[in-house]
Design a protein around this ligand. Structure first.
Ligand SMILES: Nc1nc2c(ncn2[C@@H]2O[C@H](COP(=O)(O)OP(=O)(O)OP(=O)(O)O)[C@@H](O)[C@H]2O)c(=O)[nH]1
Ligand SMILES: [Mg+2]
Length: 462
C-alpha cells in the first residue's frame, strides 16, 4: 500500500533535451533534503527562505557541482500537493536531471509513483477526485475543446453541483429518518412528502443538466473513430492520405495492397477524430490477407462511423443499391464515391436511390475534389454534439457518467416509491445508495484500489 508519509521525488518534465528540466520533491523532509545538496549564491539555507520564493545556487554532490539551478519553494498547505514542495529548475538535460534525482533519493526521498503529487493533493483535501482526474484530462487534452472541458472541471464546475446534490440528499435523508424514528412528530405528512418530491425533482433536474453533454464529453475524452472500408482498390488508402494531408499509407494499383489497419488522428472542429484505413474486403487470397480482413471487420464494428469507399468507375454489383452487409449498424455509414475524375458507371436512378438510404459524397482522392464536402459532413455530425454554452459542464469520464446515471435511476425510483406511498424504509435505502454514489464520484468514499487505478494513468511527476 502506498504511504503518504514519505517524501517523494520525480523528474516532472518529459525526457529529452530542453532549456529547463524540473525535479519536484514533496513531503515533510523536502526542504531538509534539498538543503543538504544545495548551496545558494548568498550562502543562505533554504530553511531561512519564505514560501513562494525563488533562490539561485548550485546543486552539489560533496565538492562536485552538478548544475546551476533555481529553487522554487512552496511550503505547507499553500502548495499544490498540500505539503512542503521544493522544485528544482535545472538545465534540461537527462544526465543532469537523473543525477539530481539520484542525490535526492540518496538523502532520503523515494521515487514518486505516477500521479502521486496529485494523489497527495486529493488526500490532503486540496481538490476532490473529479478535480484530480481533470488534471490528467487537461494534460492529455487532444484538442482545444477537450482542454476547455477539463479546465472547467478542474475549476470546480462539476464538484460544486455535486456538493449541492449531496447536501440536498443529506437533508432528505434526515427528514425521512425523523419520520421513521418519530412518526407522531410529523404534523402534516402529505405536505412533508410534497416537499420531498420537490427536492428529489430538483436533484433530478441537476443531474439531467450535468449529463446533457455526456455524449460530447465521451468523444472529447475517448476520441471519435471512423473506419475507412470497402472493396480492394476503391481508393481507401488514397482517401486516408488526403485526410491526413500526408502520404501515410501505401497506394498501388494492386488490389489488396493494405493488409494491416493504419490510424491517423485529425482535429475536426475541436473533436479528436481517428481515421483508420483497413484492408479491402473480398475473399482473401492467403493467410496474411485473411488476418487483415478480420482486423478490418473488427475495426468496422468498433468504430463510431464507417466511410464506405466505392469506385464510381466500376459497375455496381447489384441492380438496386444495397447497403454493405459488412456494416451491421447501418446508421454509421457514409458512402463515398471515389474516382469521380473517371466516367461514372452507376445509373442516375441507382445513385438517387442510394442517397435515400445513407449519406453519399462524391470525391476524387487523386485531386482532392470533394474532400472538403466529406470533412464538412463529419464536422456537421460532430457539431450536433458540440457544447452549447462555453461554460457548460461536460462530463468526459465513463466513471462519472455511470455513477451519475446510477443516481438518476435511484432518484426516479425514490420518486415512484414516494408517489405510491410505499414504506419509507425503501426510499431511505435509495437515498443512501445515491449518497454513496455521489461520495464515490467526489472521492469522499473511495478505496486504495480505485485510487491506484485512477492515478496509474497519470504521468510521473504530476
Ligand atoms: N483515377 C483515379 N484513381 C484513383 C483515385 N483514388 C485512388 N486511385 C487509384 O486507385 C488505386 C488504388 O488506390 P488505393 O488508395 O491503394 O486503394 P485501396 O482501396 O486502399 O486499395 P487496397 O488497399 O488494395 O484495398 C491506385 O492506383 C490509386 O492511384 C481517384 O480519385 N481517381
Ligand atoms: Mg489500401
Amino acid at each position: 500500500m502506498i504511504s503518504y508519509d514519505d517524501t517523494i521525488a520525480a523528474i516532472a518534465t518529459p525526457p529529452g533535451r530542453g532549456a529547463i528540466g524540473i525535479v519536484r520533491v514533496s513531503g515533510s523532509a523536502a526542504l531538509a533534503i534539498v538543503d543538504s545538496i544545495f548551496v545558494s549564491r548568498r550562502g543562505k539555507s533554504l530553511a531561512d527562505r519564505k514560501t513562494h520564493t525563488l533562490t539561485f545556487g548550485k546543486i552539489k554532490n560533496d565538492a562536485i557541482t552538478i548544475d546551476e539551478v533555481l529553487i522554487g519553494l512552496m511550503l505547507g498547505s499553500s502548495s499544490f500537493s498540500g505539503e512542503d514542495t521544493v522544485e528544482i529548475y535545472c538545465h534540461g538535460g537527462n544526465v543532469i536531471l537523473q543525477q539530481v534525482l539520484n542525490l535526492i533519493v540518496q538523502y532520503g526521498a523515494r521515487l514518486a509513483e505516477p500521479g502521486e503529487f496529485t494523489r497527495r493533493a486529493f488526500v490532503n483535501g486540496k481538490i476532490d477526485l473529479t478535480q484530480a482526474e481533470a488534471v490528467s484530462d487537461l494534460i492529455n487534452a487532444p484538442t482545444e475543446l477537450a482542454r476547455r472541458a477539463a479546465v472547467s472541471q478542474l475549476e470546480g464546475k462539476l464538484c460544486v453541483p455535486l456538493n449541492e446534490i449531496r447536501e440536498t440528499l443529506i437533508d432528505i435523508l434526515s427528514e425521512l429518518e425523523a419520520e421513521i424514528d418519530f412518526p407522531d412528530d410529523v404534523d402534516d405528512s402529505s405536505n412533508e412528502r410534497q416537499l420531498l418530491i420537490i427536492k428529489l425533482n430538483q436533484i433530478s433536474g441537476k443531474i439531467k443538466f450535468l449529463l446533457k453533454n455526456a455524449d460530447t464529453g465521451r468523444i472529447l475524452h475517448d476520441g471519435f473513430q471512423i473506419a475507412i472500408a470497402g472493396k480492394p482498390n476503391a481508393g481507401k488508402s488514397s482517401l486516408l492520405n488526403r485526410l491526413a494531408s500526408e502520404e501515410r499509407a501505401l497506394v498501388t494499383d494492386i488490389p489488396g495492397t493494405t493488409r494491416d489497419t493504419l490510424e491517423v488522428d485529425v482535429n475536426i472542429e475541436g473533436f479528436p477524430v481517428r481515421f483508420i484505413d483497413t484492408a479491402g474486403l473480398r475473399s482473401a487470397k492467403g493467410k496474411v490477407e485473411q488476418h487483415g480482413i478480420d482486423r478490418a471487420m473488427k475495426t468496422i464494428d468498433a468504430s463510431d462511423m464507417v466511410i464506405w469507399v466505392s469506385d464510381i468507375s466500376k459497375k455496381p454489383l447489384t441492380k438496386k443499391p444495397v447497403l454493405p452487409k459488412e456494416i451491421k449498424d447501418k446508421s454509421k455509414i457514409i458512402w463515398v464515391w471515389n474516382k469521380c475524375d473517371l466516367p461514372c458507371k452507376p445509373t442516375k436512378t441507382f445513385i438517387e436511390e442510394l442517397s435515400e438510404l445513407c449519406h453519399s459524397i462524391y470525391i476524387c482522392a487523386l485531386t482532392g475534389d470533394g474532400i472538403s464536402d466529406l470533412h464538412n459532413l463529419i464536422a456537421g455530425k460532430l457539431n450536433k454534439k458540440k457544447i452549447v454554452a462555453e461554460d457548460d459542464v461536460v462530463l468526459m469520464r465513463t466513471r462519472h457518467i455511470n455513477l451519475l446515471e446510477k443516481v438518476s435511476h435511484l432518484i426516479q425510483d425514490s420518486l415512484k416509491l414516494l408517489n405510491s406511498n410505499t414504506l419509507i424504509e425503501l426510499i431511505v435505502m435509495d437515498v443512501r445508495d445515491s449518497l454513496k454514489a455521489i461520495g464515490e464520484l467526489t472521492g469522499d468514499i473511495t478505496t486504495e484500489d480505485l485510487l491506484d487505478k485512477i492515478f496509474s494513468d497519470f504521468c510521473i511527476g504530476k
